[in-house]
Design a protein around this ligand. Structure first.
Ligand SMILES: NC(=O)c1ccc[n+]([C@@H]2O[C@H](COP(=O)([O-])OP(=O)(O)OC[C@H]3O[C@@H](n4cnc5c(N)ncnc54)[C@H](OP(=O)(O)O)[C@@H]3O)[C@@H](O)[C@H]2O)c1
Length: 253
């Protein structure tokens, strides 16, 4: 098989599904993982040039069995995209301890489990790419996002460390979008959690998927879509001004 084999977690919906679609369109071979079998089967009916496997990234034994099975069937994994994730938003005390644990377990440890199982094969085959779908919340904390943000900061630390440990053999990339139009917010209005200034920056999943795929073709450590880079620059060079403005913007919620 000459196509690039790309393993994507959380591919039953939103950004992951869109990445899978665009990969099929350009002739790569995505392997879609998620818990929702029906959504995966529906995808395969429309786009047969892919493989699907039900997988919960919080279940270590499932991953331990699945990755060797995939290697046996397809010979290798060229790219691993850790995209599975969920978010619960609201004031610090309104988020249950189960969700603090759940977001770490899915958004951070889910990626750790997948990398731990896949990396030895990538090293053995002489190279590979790992792309972690983080968030701007993995670089900047903000009100209503404490639990989610912490899980994405963890993913950021993991990614930077892996980059230093394994590049250039293994290229690690992190994508940090702001809000994206997907089922992620479960039908809740963005303005419930974000001030209008931030809610208005919502990106479409097609653009985010393009950024992710570009990381396969042109490896870079970190991709932060444009308007968010301005906020990060302000935070870096004038943190007190940044925190003052952010606090003021969020006060309306
Ligand atoms: N939407 C945004 O505003 C936004 C912004 C920045 C970053 N992100 C990040 O982008 C990624 C994708 O989110 P999305 O916006 O596309 O949301 P989404 O449409 O809700 O998709 C989330 C995906 O993650 C999968 N998933 C969740 N828990 C899982 C688990 N335990 N095991 C395996 N798969 C699991 C879901 O599939 P199943 O339910 O079928 O398992 C689904 O396919 C997430 O990591 C999210 O944090 C999103």
């Amino acid at each position: 098989m000459n196509q690039r084999i790309v393993l994507i977690t959380g591919a039953s919906s939103g950004i992951g599904e869109e990445i899978a679609k665009q990969l099929v369109m350009r002739g790569d071979f995505p392997i879609l993982l998620a818990r929702n079998r029906t959504a995966l089967q529906n995808f395969k009916e429309i786009y047969p040039n892919c493989a699907i496997f039900p997988c919960d990234v919080t279940h270590q034994t499932e991953i331990d069995q699945l990755i060797p099975q995939i290697i046996q069937q397809f010979g290798r994994v060229d790219v691993l995209i850790n995209n599975a994730g969920y978010g619960r938003f609201g004031h610090f005390l309104d988020i249950s301890i189960e969700d603090y644990e759940g977001m770490m377990n899915t958004n951070y440890l889910g990626a750790v489990r997948m990398i731990h199982a896949t990396l030895p094969y990538m090293l053995k085959q002489g190279g590979g790419r790992i792309i972690n779908i983080s968030s701007i919340a993995g670089l900047i904390g903000s009100p209503n996002l404490a639990a989610y943000s912490a899980s994405k900061f963890a993913l950021m630390g993991l990614s930077e460390s892996l980059h230093m440990e394994f590049s250039p053999t293994i290229q690690v990339g992190i994508l940090c979008p702001g809000p994206v139009q997907t089922p992620f917010f479960g039908g809740n209005k963005l303005t419930q959690y974000f001030p209008p200034l931030i809610a208005r920056q919502q990106m479409d999943p097609q653009t985010v998927a393009k950024h992710a795929i570009k990381l396969i073709d042109q490896p870079r450590l970190k991709v932060i879509p444009f308007p968010l880079r301005l906020a990060l620059t302000l935070r870096k060079f004038a943190p007190n001004v940044f925190f003052h403005i952010t606090k003021k913007i969020y006060r309306s919620l």
